[in-house]
Structure formats: structure tokens, C-alpha cells
Design a protein around this ligand. Structure first.
Ligand code: COA
Length: 247
């Protein structure tokens, strides 16, 4: 399985990206597994909190570029699209543990997580323009809201990478945690949340996040229209082919 799933008796569901040979690039099958797991977690009262993690050394190199090359219509049935809407709609808390690479959706997905912990050596990057693409996952809304327009432009237009210290300073990451303690630390924080009254936690998340979620839902749709068109452009297809030609 390219997403490993485990559930603790305390109500923590852990989703671990597990495709090390491709640096945890997210394939269509992985999006399907993640969406199904989140949908089941939403329905199951025994699940109180979700942990999203990669391995102790790599979170994710982003969307599988091979799938971008072959992309069909980005309608609501597309596995990536279904995942984006499900992630935004999810009502229970998500704790993310990030190590190594967090590229593309590896970074933008974090904007939907409630608590994010990262190892010191992470490289975050949203190289959408470089690939001839545009922001996704409502990052065109959520990132400028978090860090202001000009800094968002630095990361979403120029696609500059940033490290864990910068991610903490901009409020995208709660705390830097030593690499060898990261997964354990995130699990402990998730267990701490799972012990709290679930109804209170979920209602609080709804209050904090509700308005922005409704906006984000619309923004995801708008971004996808532009993204889908750009994906078919010569500029984008050349960048994607260039990536694999260099290999
Ligand atoms: N999609 C598909 N395959 C990917 C991938 C991705 N996003 N990221 C890495 N891989 C594959 C590589 O093709 C390579 O496969 P191979 O061994 O069959 O040749 C393997 O994973 C290891 O990657 P490699 O590039 O050799 O590792 P690296 O440490 O030198 O570089 C990255 C890692 C992530 C910096 C580099 O792979 C990269 O830039 N990937 C693309 C990231 C990206 O643009 N994501 C989408 C953003 S929207």
C-alpha cells in the first residue's frame, strides 16, 4: 500500500505516505486511498484525530508529475480533485508531521491541517509557475491570508523554497521538532487532542475554520479551472517532459 493506515485505541488514525522510491509523490491511487480514509474517518465516531505524515525523512515531493503529463479532465470525480475537496471539508482535527521534502501539494495540504510539526531540515516549495501551472488547494487564498500578499507572491509566483525556520516564522508550522522525535511528537499531540471532548474540539474547529472553508471551497474550483487549462499548455507540458528527460 502506498498509503499505510493505522488506528490507535485512543482514536488517532494515522495516514502515512509510503512511496519512498518516488519520494512520496502522490499518485492517483494514493489520492483515492487518502480520500477514502478521510471519508471513513469522518463517519466513524471512534476516530477523533487524523495524523498525516510521510516517513521520518520525507513528507512528499508533491503530485506525481507523470500523472500531470497524462492528466484528464479535472472534474469532481478526478482523484486529486476529490481529495482537495475532502481535505477542505474534513471536520476533525488533522495533525501533520513533515520531514525532508514538502513540495507542491506537500506544502499546500498543510494549509488545511490544524497542527503542523516539522523536522529542522525541511524544504518547502510550491513551484507552480516554474512548471507552467498555478496555485491549487486554495493556496491562492490561504497563503496570502497567512503571510501577506508580497510574501505569498515570493513563494507562489517565484516558487522560492523555504526551510522549517521560515515556515515556523510565517505560522505555517507550529513547531520545529528534532528529526528522530518528529513522528512520536506528532502522535503525542494527536493523542492529547483525542483525549479532549470530541464534540467540543470539532465545534471549535468549525468556528475557527468554517468561514474560510466555505471560501476555500469556491477558490479550489476557480483554481482548478485555470490549473486544468494550464496543464494542457505547451509551456507546462515542456516543463514536465524536461523533468523526466533529465532523469
Ligand atoms: N512525480 C513523479 N516522480 C517523482 C516526483 C514527482 N513529483 N518527485 C520525485 N520523483 C521521482 C524521480 O523521478 C525519481 O524517480 P527515478 O528514481 O525512477 O528516476 C525518484 O522520485 C527520486 O527523485 P530524484 O529527483 O532522483 O531525487 P532528488 O533527491 O534528486 O530530488 C526532488 C528530489 C523532489 C527535488 C525532485 O525529484 C523534484 O524536483 N521532483 C519534482 C517535484 C515537483 O515538481 N512536484 C510537483 C509540484 S506541483
Amino acid at each position: 500500500m502506498t498509503v499505510s493506515i493505522s488506528q490507535s485505541p485512543a482514536g488517532v488514525l494515522t495516514l502515512s505516505l509510503n512511496r519512498p522510491d518516488k519520494k512520496n509523490a502522490l499518485s492517483l491511487a494514493m489520492y483515492r486511498q487518502l480520500t477514502d480514509a478521510l471519508q471513513q474517518a469522518e463517519r466513524d465516531p471512534a476516530v477523533k484525530v487524523v495524523v498525516l505524515q510521510g516517513s521520518a525523512s520525507c513528507f512528499s515531493s508533491g503530485n506525481d508529475l507523470q500523472d500531470f503529463l497524462a492528466a484528464g479532465e479535472l472534474d469532481a470525480h478526478h482523484p486529486t480533485v476529490a481529495f482537495l475537496y475532502q481535505l477542505n471539508a474534513f471536520t476533525k482535527p488533522i495533525v501533520a508531521a513533515v520531514a525532508g521534502l514538502a513540495i507542491g501539494i506537500g506544502t499546500t495540504a498543510l494549509l488545511h491541517c490544524d497542527l503542523v510539526y516539522a523536522a529542522p531540515d525541511c524544504r518547502f516549495q510550491m513551484p507552480f509557475s516554474q512548471l507552467g501551472l498555478c496555485p491549487e488547494a486554495a493556496s491562492s487564498l490561504l497563503l496570502p491570508q497567512l503571510i501577506g500578499y508580497q510574501r505569498a507572491a515570493q513563494y507562489l509566483l517565484l516558487g522560492e523554497p523555504f526551510d522549517t525556520a521560515q515556515a515556523v516564522a510565517m505560522g505555517m508550522v507550529n513547531q520545529q521538532v528534532a528529526s528522530d522525535k518528529l513522528l512520536e511528537f506528532a502522535a503525542a499531540k494527536a493523542a492529547e487532542l483525542a483525549k479532549l471532548p470530541a464534540e467540543a474540539v470539532q465545534q471549535s474547529k468549525a468556528l475557527i475554520r468554517g468561514k474560510i472553508k466555505r471560501k476555500a471551497d469556491k477558490v479550489i474550483a476557480t483554481e482548478l479551472e485555470v490549473f486544468g487549462a494550464l496543464l494542457k499548455s505547451d509551456a507546462c507540458q515542456q516543463q514536465l517532459q524536461g523533468f523526466f528527460a533529465k532523469k
